[in-house]
Structures are given as structure tokens and as C-alpha cells.
Design a protein around this ligand. Structure first.
Ligand code: ZN
Length: 252
């Protein structure tokens, strides 16, 4: 059996953006020994097969997101808006059968891996958006490990809980730096979102991810620039909806 991971590469919401994923893997090179993915490998972006194949090659431990369920046909995308549903239909047409099968077999969160818990939305509902402290509290209280990673909102963000006090953490690195580091304190519980690799919505168009070193009690929250225009060109060629193309420029 492989030894437990000491440094996790934490990816979420890649959304079929192969160029952003490449930039992340280049920046993170040799800094991690186990990759995990919090869901939404596909949807919105132009590279669903490439992203799935890359995640499989990395040997990443992945859970499913709502776009993975819709893209492989496990979910009919009835609660998606028109634009998102158009992207779902395009993704379904593109997926190679073996990649569709890979998505169909992805487990739902929560999934515990080497001392951390992975969820897509929240601990109790894989499709819930956790933006506010009240939404974070049940996960902070009930997660089986002190550190739980979540995605789905596309905001690099987090919460901590200690001695009855919930704190909102500011983890987003300034535009002039590549990462901010969070010290993990013993006795404190954390709910942490690495941000979205392929479609950030927190106002920073750079690709987001995290590196968690639980031996040294530190989680780094990274942002790296990538060639947004190259992705936008592929999206336009594929006929994906223009609002999805434009939002990548603004990270909103
Ligand atoms: Zn997503």
C-alpha cells in the first residue's frame, strides 16, 4: 500500500479548461505527492476529454460535482440555467465512452482520504453552495477530520471554528503574489475552498488551487495566470455560449 500523503495538490472546478490545468500543474510541480479533485472536471469549457485523461494520468482521487453528473447523463440538468445546459449538451456529445464511464463511476462526497475530507458542495449536500458562515457551520461541526475541503462556489475561501467561534478566513492572494499560506492550528477545525482551476468567479481570472502540507501544518492558496485567450478561441470554435467565453477574462 502507498504511504499516506503528506502534501496534497487540491484541485476543484476544473470545468474542462485544459490550459488552466496545465498552468496549475506546472506551478505545483514537485510540491505535492497526492492529487485530489473536488468535482466538476467538466462543464463550461472546451477540453472535457483532455481534462479527464490528465486527472486519470495523475492518479488523482476525485469525487463528482453537479456538472460531472449532468455531463455523463446521471442527472438531466433540469435545475441548470439555459447557458449551463447548452454546455452540458455539448459536453455529452464530446465525451469519449471511457471518459463518460469514468465520470459515472466517480463517488459522491464526502470522501475521506489520508486524514482530510473532500466534498463538492457541503458535507451534508453535494449540491449546496457554501458562501456564508451559517452554511459552513454544520460541515465545521460534523466533518470527521479537522480539515475538510469543498468546492462548487468557485471562490477561494474558507472558515475556521474553535471554542465556539466561527471565523471567515481571507485566503485569496493579492494580484502581485502567487500564494498565501494558512497555518493549521491544532484544536481548530477548517472548511477550505481551493477556488476554481478553470472558471474562477471571485474576481481574479487566474487559475486557483491549493497545496496542503498536513505534516508541517500549512495550506497554501495559489493563483497562477494562464493563456485565457487560447481557451476562449477553442470555446468559440466549439460554439459554446459567449457569456461563458467572456467570464473567463474577468474571473466572474
Ligand atoms: Zn463548478
Amino acid at each position: 500500500m502507498a504511504p499516506p500523503a503528506t502534501r496534497f495538490l487540491v484541485l476543484s472546478d476544473i470545468h474542462a479548461n485544459g490550459t488552466a490545468l496545465d498552468a496549475v500543474l506546472e506551478a505545483a510541480a514537485a510540491r505535492w505527492d497526492r492529487a485530489v479533485c473536488l468535482g466538476d472536471l467538466v462543464g463550461y469549457g472546451p477540453d472535457p476529454n483532455e481534462v479527464i485523461e490528465r486527472i486519470r494520468t495523475l492518479g488523482a482521487t476525485a469525487i463528482r460535482g453537479n456538472h460531472d453528473k449532468a455531463g455523463c447523463g446521471l442527472d438531466e440538468a433540469e435545475d441548470f440555467n439555459d447557458i449551463a445546459r447548452q454546455a452540458v449538451m455539448w459536453t455529452r456529445q464530446q465525451l469519449h465512452p471511457e471518459n463518460r464511464d469514468y465520470l459515472r463511476k466517480l463517488p459522491a462526497g464526502p470522501l475521506e482520504v489520508d486524514g482530510v475530507v473532500l466534498v463538492h458542495g457541503s458535507l451534508h449536500d453535494e449540491d449546496e453552495y457554501v458562501f456564508a458562515p451559517a452554511q459552513a457551520l454544520p460541515g465545521l461541526l460534523d466533518a470527521p477530520t479537522p480539515v475538510c475541503f469543498f468546492g462548487h462556489t468557485h471562490f477561494q475561501s474558507g472558515f475556521s471554528f474553535r471554542d465556539g467561534k466561527l471565523e471567515v478566513l481571507h485566503l485569496h492572494p493579492a494580484s502581485t503574489v502567487q500564494f498565501t499560506a494558512l497555518r493549521i492550528e491544532p484544536g481548530t477545525r477548517y472548511l477550505l475552498n481551493p477556488g476554481s482551476v478553470g472558471q474562477p468567479r471571485d474576481g481574479d481570472p487566474r487559475a486557483a488551487f491549493a497545496i496542503a502540507d498536513l505534516v508541517h501544518h500549512v495550506v497554501e492558496f495559489w493563483r497562477v495566470p494562464y493563456d485565457v485567450r487560447a481557451v476562449q478561441q477553442r470555446m468559440r470554435r466549439a460554439g459554446l455560449p459567449e457569456p461563458l467565453v467572456l467570464r473567463l477574462s474577468h474571473g466572474r
